[in-house]
Each structure stands twice: as C-alpha cells, then as structure tokens.
Design a protein around this ligand. Structure first.
Ligand code: NAD
Ligand code: UDP
Length: 311
C-alpha cells in the first residue's frame, strides 16, 4: 500500500534525485518537479520504470497545482557558478518558488520542508555556527542572490506558519557531496575529483586555508527525512551537516592521495565574499532527532571517486 504522495521540487538535481529514490524505496508515491537548469533527466532515468514515480518539467517561479501530503522544496541552483550565472533568476527561484510552494501547501494542507543553507550565516563571525546565530551576509555581494534569497524563503516559511498555520520544516544544509554531483558544477569536491581523475591541475582558490565541513549525501538524507517525520512542533531551522572541518588544502591533498593522481596543486584568486570558515553546530539535530552523520570524509570521498570514475 502507498504510504504518502510526496512532491520533490528540484528532484532531478544532486540531492533531489537521491531523495526521490529514498522516498520511493520507503513505499511512497513521488512526483519530481524540475526545470533542468542544473539537474538532469539522467539523474532519475532509473526511476522512470516505477509506476509510483512521475517526472514533471516545471519552473517553481510559476504556480503549480497538485494534491500531495508532503512537499520537499529543493529547487534552486546550489553551486556558486550556477547561482551567480543569472542572479535575478536565483532570487526569483528562492522567493517566488517559496511563495508558490507555500501557497500550494496552504491550500492542500500539506507539510512542507525547505532546503535552506549554511549560507544564511554568510561569512560567519561565530564558529561553529548554531541555529540562533543571525549571520554575517553582504546584501549586495556576488553571493547575495543565493544567501538573501534563502533568507527571505525562511522568512516566508515562518510567516506562512504563524499567519496561516502551514506545517513547515526548515533545514540548513552544510556542504554536502556524493555521487550525481554534476561534474562541471564547480563545487570544490567535484572539481578536485574530476581534476585529479583527468590528471589536470587541482585549482585551489586563495591560499587554501579556508575551511568547510563536508557531509556525505546518505547521512544528509537520513536527517532530512527524519526531520520531516519528526513531531509537528519541531519546525527548525535545524542545521544538518558533518562537523568534521577541513581546509581546502587538506581536501586537495586527501583527493590526491585517494585517487593516486600526480596532479599539481595550483593557486587561483579567491572569489569575493568567500566564507573563511564553516562548521555546523549540530546539537539541536542530535538532541531532537538523535541524528548525527556516520560517514567520515575519507569513506564518502572514496564512494564519490568511484562514481566519477564510472561516468
Ligand atoms: P542541484 O543544483 O543539483 O539541484 C537543484 C535542482 O533544482 C536542479 O535539478 C535544478 O534543475 C532545479 N531547479 C533550479 N531552479 C529551478 C526552478 N526555477 N524550477 C524548478 N527547478 C529548478 O543542487 P543540490 O546540491 O542538489 O541542492 C538542492 C537544494 O539543497 C538546493 O535548494 C540547495 O540550495 C540546497 N542546498 C544544497 C547544499 C549542498 O551542499 N548540496 C548545501 C546547502 C543547501
Ligand atoms: N574552491 C576551490 N577550488 C575549486 C572550487 C572551490 O578552492 O575548484 C573553494 C571555494 O573558494 C570555497 C570552497 O572551495 O572556499 C567551497 O566552495 P564550493 O563552491 O564547493 O561551496 P561554498 O563556497 O558554497 O561552500
């Protein structure tokens, strides 16, 4: 018997495609909605034979009508080169996408989860970042279309909750990696692996001392789905990420060791407003959900390297 009917926006992307697969495996009916800006049909083609899976080309900046029990709102480019390609469109996707999906959730009384981001903390002055830190974002910088768009989306979620009793859940995702990242999407993990496997130079931006905390996709999805199913009053925002923190130089050296590549590390200019450090405080996810990531960076990188070798 089908458990729930679930809409996943951005479902043909990296995280969305894994989420669709998980939700189907758990016995749900899944509608995947995507405009294929950064996602691709290839990510979900293996699901098309499943009669409980439906794939729809649609842009979330336009209203969409459907009856479902739950909505996971993931539609938004996530890589800096993609979200900066058309910054106005990025804001529209976050803000109008949130308005359209919240309006839908309100009408059909669905529960809705927003994929927010650690970027709401900007270049953080508090380390590690707890959920009650308000952040340090440049509102007119090159990352603002994404950061501020996601911040407004959180504002919309909380107000639809208070004003219209919409059942909401907000997660703040910290850098997540794994199979099905787009090989040219420009994020650091995919860049370094693809460069190493092709014997090209590894491009470190800046001096490589900036840090990130990398979460493997399977761990993230455990947390995301557990949170969606958690008690109604627990609406977040909740940080989901792996607290293991690495500099970009450490990451480059690890990728070189695991691939056995002899690529040279080269240094390129640091993009404006690139956060200097980032690490999630996950106490809230631990205490409320009993969730914490299990897959260390080295293990997750090995799986991701295998994927990139296979494509
Ligand atoms: P992704 O780029 O692979 O996936 C985003 C998906 O949204 C793509 O399939 C894209 O085609 C689709 N999309 C973009 N604009 C759309 C629009 N207007 N209408 C319909 N579909 C649209 O990125 P991802 O890493 O899978 O990220 C998924 C979500 O998680 C995003 O909202 C992102 O902001 C959030 N997030 C991801 C990370 C991470 O590290 N992966 C970190 C923080 C937040
Ligand atoms: N980065 C890098 N080389 C690359 C791509 C990215 O050194 O080829 C750096 C980037 O400047 C940033 C970090 O890696 O400091 C993470 O970048 P990514 O785009 O993956 O994510 P975000 O900056 O949004 O966390």
């Amino acid at each position: 018997m089908i458990k729930k009917k679930i809409l996943v926006t951005g479902g043909a992307g990296f995280l969305g495609s894994h989420l669709c697969e998980r939700l189907l495996n758990e016995g749900n009916e899944v509608v995947c909605l995507d405009n294929y800006f950064t996602g691709q049909k290839q990510n979900v083609v293996h699901l098309l034979d499943n009669p409980f899976f439906e794939l729809i080309r649609h842009d979330v900046t336009m209203p969409y009508f459907i009856e479902v029990d739950e909505i996971y709102n993931l539609a938004c480019p996530a890589s800096p080169i993609h979200y900066q390609y058309n910054p106005i469109k990025t804001v529209k996707t976050s803000v109008m996408g949130a308005i359209n999906m919240l309006g839908l959730a309100k009408r059909i009384k669905a529960k809705i989860l927003q994929a927010s981001t650690s970027e709401v903390y900007g270049d953080p002055e508090v380390h590690p970042q707890p959920e009650d830190y308000w952040g340090h974002v440049n509102p007119i910088g090159p990352r603002s279309c994404y950061d501020e768009g996601k911040r407004v989306a959180e504002t919309l979620f909380i107000n639809y909750h208070h004003q219209n009793n919409v059942r909401i859940k907000i997660i703040r995702i910290f850098n997540t990696y794994g199979p099905r990242m787009h090989p040219h999407d420009g994020r650091v993990v995919s860049n370094f692996i693809v460069q190493a496997l092709n014997g090209e130079d590894i491009t470190i931006y800046g001096d490589g001392s900036q840090s990130r905390s990398f979460c493997y996709v399977d761990d993230l999805l455990d947390g995301m789905i557990q949170f969606m199913n958690s008690r109604e009053e627990f609406i977040g925002p909740v940080n989901l990420g792996n607290p293991g923190e690495f500099t970009m130089l450490e990451l480059a050296e690890l990728v070189l060791r695991l691939t056995g590549a002899s690529s040279k590390i080269i240094y390129m200019p640091l993009p404006a407003d690139d956060p200097t450090q980032r690490q999630p405080n996950i106490s809230l996810a631990k205490s409320e959900l009993g969730w914490e990531p299990k897959i260390p960076l080295e293990e997750g990188l090995k799986k991701t390297i295998e994927y990139f070798k296979s494509i």
